[in-house]
Design a protein around this ligand. Structure first.
Ligand SMILES: Cc1cc2nc3c(=O)[nH]c(=O)nc-3n(C[C@H](O)[C@H](O)[C@H](O)COP(=O)(O)OP(=O)(O)OC[C@H]3O[C@@H](n4cnc5c(N)ncnc54)[C@H](O)[C@@H]3O)c2cc1C
Length: 605
């Protein structure tokens, strides 16, 4: 099939009409991010994604990254692609201007990042982790540390990693054991092992800057005793060039189900005298710093769900137009596509195949709008001049992030799986590429906090602990969309009707969580993933309802691309008819499913 083509029309529609680009570009410093600038940036990014990154996606999957004697060789084309990406300035669009970055809004970086993820998920991870490391050093590192590392990281000459996980410390980072011993010169010596470190070693650049969680000698047990360190592969000399090799090495890389071109490294610190590390911020506050960055990182991974879903949809749609098989029940509905309705037709004409494609399309569009909206709120939380508005936006984005991360990545897997179904047997055969999307998507619900961890965060910190304040305020906003419906469009009316039925389920379940959490948190935890999906589907429904209203209004006014707008309206109608009703079962399972979970003793499993 043809390479990935960025869904520019949908991206532009969402940015400009649904999630408020016009509000983000009123924030200080972003006045120049006009519609035209956004169009030009998206257009350029789509070329790199479609022409450079997409063509090496399948070959990278087949070859994979290779380890030998501590060094990692990337698959053919990846190093070149990385340098094209860097030279074109894509590596620094979010980075601080004072260190050579462009400092653009998250809202604009989000569709760009979606493109990288759709075109080549394994490639996208390296810049994503570098960005996380830059943010950490920028937000909490000392001025010396920033001066020493940020210019090279922002320019893309050095990449960054996140070293949290250890064999005994995965979801529970309080169990981190890597040790850091203070030295007379103010540095630390680190000893320990980290596993699953994405791009822990590679051949793109001549230095890699590892951010490492470790425990300073004598630190308290648990989360309070963890500190954050910068540990470079080569210790920078005074002139900024890489100097002496540090005592850190890549012991091996993993053989995995997917993202084969992304090296997942076992990192050994301090085989000899200890790896030289520089403390980031204050002692014992490492985990807290990690949480500061977690929002952006989790949003990025949530976006991977959107990205893979989009790619899987494009591939399935192309296949369904080519594959001829069977006669559509009741004849072809689209006479132009098949002038002889009783002869075998492309499978896209079968109602069930259409249902699968519409499921893929509608869920992807709903996830996209929700992820972009969360990015817009993140921008407001960081830049809005009004203190109260910043705080309100922060609470809202805190609520949205676990939903975007958990719901979008779970959907990414489901959509990629449906993509295989649309292909029939050929979907199971690697040659078509459909299988790679499912294999690649499978990690996204695991790293950066599993879906279970996102759901715990949602029901505990984000809803239970604040008695649902932000969640109920958000529902009041959604209610306004229902109330605003006065349009005459038959599809909009149906969408609003379905949405009006779904919203009370979210409200009722949220109320149940608020009441149950203080006395029976285990019951809430047992159904927390159902609640996360309930919130995701409802928020997605809200985004689609708003999109449908805007599309209908533009159609009425004779504005915009009529075919795109009609497609949007009908896709939103499908979502309302087929996806929103799932809120009924999710709400029931969330509120009434705990007993059968908690009654079963471990021994009975
Ligand atoms: C390809 C890949 C790349 C990765 N990249 C990085 C990286 O760059 N840096 C890094 O530091 N780490 C990385 N990781 C590690 C990743 O973040 C962890 O695998 C993830 O956080 C889960 O931890 P775990 O594997 O130990 O699973 P566990 O924590 O053992 O979880 C196993 C299961 O138990 C559930 N569970 C655990 N605790 C709870 C709880 N409290 N409540 C409910 N359910 C729970 C989980 O949801 C999961 O279903 C990567 C992993 C992989 C596979």
């Amino acid at each position: 099939m043809a390479e990935y083509q960025a869904p520019l029309k949908d991206m532009q529609f969402v940015l400009k009409h649904v999630v408020g680009l016009d509000q983000v570009n009123t924030l200080p410093g972003w006045e120049e991010v006009t519609d035209d600038v956004v169009d030009a940036i998206l257009e350029e990014a789509s070329k790199l994604a479609g022409e450079i990154l997409s063509p090496i996606n399948a070959s990278g999957d087949r070859t994979g990254a290779k380890w030998k004697d501590g060094a990692v060789t990337m698959p053919a084309g990846f190093r070149d692609a990385y340098w094209q990406y860097v030279r074109a300035g894509w590596g620094n669009i979010l980075s601080p201007a004072e260190f050579g970055g462009q400092g653009l809004p998250h809202l604009l970086a989000t569709p760009v990042e979606e493109m990288w993820g759709s075109a080549n998920l394994a490639f996208k991870l390296c810049p994503m982790l570098t960005q996380g490391a830059i943010e950490a050093i920028h937000q909490v590192g000392s001025p010396e540390l920033q001066k020493r590392f940020l210019p090279k990281m922002v320019s893309g000459e050095w990449t960054g990693t996140m070293n949290l996980t250890e064999p005994q410390a995965g979801s529970d980072l309080s169990l981190v054991r890597t040790k850091a011993t203070p030295q007379a010169d103010g540095t630390y010596r680190l000893k320990g092992q980290k596993i699953f470190i994405t791009y822990g070693e590679h051949d793109y650049t001549d230095n890699i800057v590892h951010l490492v969680l470790a425990r300073i000698d004598g630190a308290p047990e648990g989360v309070k005793g963890i500190s954050l360190f910068v540990v470079p592969k080569f210790i920078p000399k005074a002139d900024g060039t890489p100097g002496e090799r540090n005592d850190v090495k890549c012991a091996s890389i993993e053989h995995k189900l997917g993202i084969h071109a992304s090296p997942t490294a076992v990192m050994v610190y301090g085989d000899k005298d200890g790896a030289v590390g520089y403390l980031v911020g204050e002692e014992h506050r490492g985990l807290e710093y990690m949480f500061i960055m977690m929002n952006a990182a989790r949003l990025s991974v949530g976006l991977e769900g959107v990205a893979v879903a989009e790619r899987a949809y494009q591939r399935a749609l192309a296949w369904s137009r080519e594959r001829v098989q069977g006669k559509p029940v009741g004849g072809a509905q689209d006479a132009k596509a098949s002038p002889q309705p009783r002869s075998p037709a492309p499978i896209v004409q079968h109602p069930d195949v259409k249902r699968m494609l519409l499921t893929m399309k509608s869920v992807t569009e709903a996830m996209r709008a929700l992820a972009y909206w969360a990015s817009a709120i993140l921008d407001r939380a960081r830049k809005h001049p009004d203190d109260a508005e910043r705080r309100r936006s922060q609470a809202l984005v805190d609520l949205l992030i676990p939903v975007v991360k958990g719901w979008s990545t779970e959907n990414g897997i489901d959509v990629a799986s449906l993509g295989i179904q649309v292909h029939g047997g050929m979907g199971f055969i690697e040659e078509t590429g459909a299988a790679q999307h499912l294999r690649d998507a499978r990690i996204t619900t695991i790293y950066e906090g599993t879906t279970g961890i996102q759901a715990n965060d949602l029901v505990g910190r984000k809803v239970g602990r604040e008695q649902g304040r932000t969640a109920f305020a958000l529902m009041a906003e959604m209610e306004k969309t229902v109330a605003a419906n006065g349009g005459h469009n038959v599809h909009v009316k149906a969408i609003v009707d379905r949405f009006s039925n779904a919203l009370p389920r979210l409200r009722e379940t949220t109320q149940w969580i608020v009441e149950t959490f203080p006395t029976n948190p285990a019951a809430v935890a047992a159904g927390s993933v159902y609640y996360l999906k309930l919130m995701g589907i409802t928020l997605g429904g809200w985004m689609m309802a708003r999109s449908a209203m805007i599309a209908a209004a533009q159609l009425d006014a004779g504005q915009g691309d009529a075919a795109f707008l009609r497609g949007k309206l009908l896709t939103a109608r499908f979502y309302a008819d087929h996806i929103l009703p799932q809120t009924l079962s999710l709400s029931a399972s969330a509120m009434r499913g705990a007993e059968s979970v908690l009654a079963v003793e471990d021994a009975l499993l």
